[in-house]
Design a protein around this ligand. Structure first.
Ligand code: HEM
Length: 222
């Protein structure tokens, strides 16, 4: 067997969860390394900056969780939708505390966020693999680094418990166990190597869309 044939068979066998993590490693570093996230995590921003991030999340999760309706109706898609995950209601409760009761009139959606939401409608709302890429990027991130963000919000900015419910998953007492189950469901999806590659490419797009939102936030919150 030639070296090329060996490489191809390795790719063919690679589980989707492994492929996704490897394919987005660089994008993860870029997102984590943006000035906005760096300053947020260093305690150098303020509650208004976090409220602005939550407002962007509201538009993003609104579109992602709308796409979920399409995915649920698909036999394969339904296996990767989890009732424990939706974040929209938590974000709305947080925004009411962070911004005030008139938050819907007061928040604004940045251009990069509008582009992200449009991509979610076009891709995650019409293609199960697209939903998988975007749901993986957001929810596994929220259950990983999100927990560190929550700790900083409370410790450095004094944000109250009832304003960080976005980062609380009451139905997921053990994030690590849940993430293991999520990865097992990813790996059980009946996607061939070409589809897994398309999903990984879309996850890279998803990370880049997040990075673009952070860049715009960073330009506003100096
Ligand atoms: C404050 C910035 C961030 C920190 C400190 C952080 C930290 C982490 C850590 C420690 C893990 C590994 C958890 C584990 O192996 O169980 C992780 C995984 C992950 N993060 Fe982040 N992260 C940050 C930002 C982001 C952003 C902005 C996104 C995307 C929007 C993201 C998406 C992900 C995903 C999808 C995973 C799962 C990787 C996998 O196991 O396949 N993270 N993050």
């Amino acid at each position: 067997m030639t070296a090329t044939a060996l490489d191809l068979s390795a790719l063919d066998a690679e589980p989707l969860s492994v492929h996704l993590r490897a394919a987005t490693r660089t994008q993860h570093e870029q997102a984590e390394g943006t000035s906005f996230i760096g300053r947020l995590m260093a305690g150098r921003l303020d509650v208004a900056a976090y409220a602005d991030l939550a407002a962007q999340h509201h538009a993003i999760y609104g579109a992602l969780e709308q796409a979920e309706l399409f995915v649920r109706a698909d036999v394969v898609g339904a296996t990767i939708v989890f009732d424990e995950l939706p974040r929209l209601a938590a974000l709305e409760a947080d925004l009411a505390v962070l911004v005030g009761p008139a938050w819907r009139d007061e928040i604004r959606t940045l251009p990069a966020t509008l582009r992200y939401a449009e991509r979610l409608r076009d891709v995650a709302g019409t293609w199960v693999g697209g939903y998988v890429a975007h749901a993986y990027t957001r929810y596994l991130g929220d259950l990983s680094g999100g927990l560190a963000v929550k700790a900083v919000l409370q410790r450095s900015y004094g944000v109250a418990d009832d304003a960080v419910s976005f980062y609380s998953f009451p139905a997921i007492p053990k994030p690590k166990l849940f993430k293991d189950e999520y990865r097992a469901r990813l790996d059980a999806l009946p996607f061939d190597a070409a589809e897994r590659a398309r999903v990984a490419a879309e996850a890279q797009v998803a990370f880049d869309l997040n990075t673009a939102v952070f860049s715009e936030l960073g330009a506003v919150h100096l």
